[in-house]
Design a protein around this ligand. Structure first.
Ligand code: DQQ
Length: 532
């Protein structure tokens, strides 16, 4: 391995080289998963954006094809930006995407497969009647992009385009009978003050109960709707859970969900411009999200690549109906190799115990912690509303009562470097407050990296005194799923010592209360076929 490639991932989605960003138009078509993404064919920085295209039978092993869309016409000559696919009832896929015209105005175009009998849909045509949506008067042409998958209701297709009106984020709603002629609805589907540009909106139904996913056009009393927007000021993906008033074509978030920067996030770490799609083969909704680098641009140029995609996640509504749950797609488990299992092992105060016998730099770890006693949990101060700041203040080495406990991932032998992923439990007036941290501050001895103490609260009831943690470790990415997928955090880290065979994995506890590892399963992960 070249010294420059110690941070390249083993099983995350990446092309062989260059810059990547947003996932585009994920879809399942005739037995094949298609994945497109924003890609710079010429280098490891953003620019010259085309739609790269890969296909897969399992969303884990990927074959790269030629770019599906690249600037070629007056309506996209300055860029082919993000968009979505809709599979029409006639079983024909169609892509809507944002093109930048010669004046850099953002307009919406469509593209269709050149040959539906090509199972890989290699070539795409941009018909001459593009663009199909122009920014009309009053719409900011430099903030008008990222059309969604369309849904069908009462004789019309509907889709959203993200935008802003001064500082108000807006999801404009468009309707069409034929997918070609679109008219803007009088009212946006939704908007919110002080949120800025809404990039990559995503809108979809979720069942009130159960994990099954739904096709986009499902409405009714048995569902809620989710609206996700990517806020370019903070660079996080926020969502609300609410009601789609389909007769009025308006979306109303529940009073347990708030719009904007204080809202729920898919991921409390590095995860942006995400998009879901319905997989009819396994009746599930799948979430793709872009994981950016957090090293320097100079490092990216040296590496020759930048960006990756998170492992696709199945999403469904938490039975509490206030938030979503997320879990890595089951196909990931086909990469599991050598395994280590622990059961009923105690983690006493101050202990860290090595999980030996797996490739700790490329692993999947699934743990259930049992907390014998919650009586001594530290008091929670209600002014602690910012999880990331709380994690910064109470890091993995700051002794607590119930926690901090969890995993030390990508750790060097003598702990000069480690990325701790851990819980800390507090006592509030009537309930426990659980914090999940993925703290990059100690991840690398190298300077000049962005090393945030990412964290999120976990809305869990500790009646069974258990907390689970699944962490996917892959050289420079640590993707964690707390409490079965209630709170997810993705960190990018660039260790200098804890690399390849010198990376270690530990379970630790720095709380005064003993924690039991009820079960721990860890696997070495194999490399899939990845766009080679
Ligand atoms: N990235 C695309 C835009 C989108 C942004 C351009 C989000 O379409 O708004 O590469 O990361």
């Amino acid at each position: 391995v070249s010294i420059r490639q110690i941070h390249r991932t083993g099983y995350h989605f990446q092309p062989p080289k260059n810059w990547i960003n947003d996932p585009n138009a994920p879809m399942y078509y005739n037995g094949i998963y298609h994945f497109f993404y924003q890609y710079n064919p010429k280098g490891a920085v953003w620019g010259n954006i085309v739609w790269a295209h890969s296909v897969s039978k399992d969303m884990i092993n990927w074959e790269a094809l030629e770019p599906a869309l690249y600037p070629s016409q007056h309506f996209d000559i300055n860029g082919c930006w993000s968009g979505s696919a809709t599979v029409l009832p006639s079983n024909k896929p169609i892509i809507l995407y944002t093109g930048l015209d010669p004046k850099d105005r953002q307009i919406q175009n469509y593209a269709v497969p050149a040959n539906l009998s090509d199972p890989y849909l290699r070539k795409w045509i941009k018909p001459g009647n593009n663009p199909v949506v122009d920014p009309e008067q009053g719409v900011n042409a430099s903030a008008f992009r990222d059309p969604t998958t369309a849904w069908w209701l009462n004789g019309h297709w509907r889709m959203l385009v993200g935008s802003k009106r001064s500082h108000r984020g807006v999801a404009y709603l468009y309707r069409s009978r034929d997918f070609i002629y679109w008219t803007k609805a009088k009212h946006p589907l939704h908007s919110a003050p002080h949120t800025g540009m809404w990039e990559c909106p995503d809108f979809y139904p979720v069942l009130l109960s159960g994990k099954e996913g739904l096709d986009l056009s499902v409405v009714g009393k048995h569902v809620k709707h989710v609206l996700k927007v990517s806020l370019d000021v903070t660079r996080y993906d926020y969502y609300t859970v609410g009601t789609y008033l389909s007769d009025k074509d308006r979306y109303v978030p529940d009073n347990t969900s708030v719009d904007g920067w204080a809202g729920l996030r898919y991921d409390y770490g590095n995860f942006y411009a995400s998009k879901t799609f319905f997989d009819p083969a396994k009746k599930r909704r799948i979430l793709w999200g872009w994981v950016n680098e957090s090293d320097t641009t100079e490092d990216d140029v040296k590496k020759g690549w930048a960006g990756l995609q998170a492992i696709p996640r199945t999403v469904w509504l938490d039975p509490n109906q206030r938030q979503l749950m997320q879990w890595p797609i089951e196909e990931l488990e086909t990469l599991r190799g050598k395994t280590v299992k622990w059961s009923h092992r105690q983690l006493k105060t101050g202990e860290h115990i090595e999980v030996k016998g797996i490739t700790a730099a490329q692993a999947d770890v699934d743990v259930i912690f049992h907390i014998p006693s919650l009586d001594k949990a530290e008091p929670f101060d209600h002014s602690w509303t910012d999880a990331q700041e709380l994690c910064a203040r109470k890091g993995s080495k700051v002794k607590g009562e119930v926690g901090p406990f969890g995993l030390l991932t990508l750790a060097s032998k003598n702990l000069e470097e480690y990325t701790p992923v851990f819980f800390r439990v507090f006592q509030a007036s009537k309930k426990h407050v659980v914090l999940l941290c993925s703290d990059a501050r100690s991840s690398s001895l190298k300077d000049g990296l962005y090393k945030p103490s990412f964290a999120g609260f976990v809305d869990v009831d500790l009646a069974d005194k258990k907390l689970s943690l699944r962490t996917l470790i892959d050289h420079s990415v640590v993707e964690s799923f707390g409490a079965g997928g209630k709170t997810c955090i993705t960190s990018r880290v660039y260790p200098t010592l804890a690399v390849l065979d010198n990376a270690h994995l530990y379970a630790f506890n720095h709380g005064t209360e003993t924690i039991n590892v009820e079960n721990l399963n860890a696997w070495s992960m194999r490399k899939p076929r990845m766009n080679t």
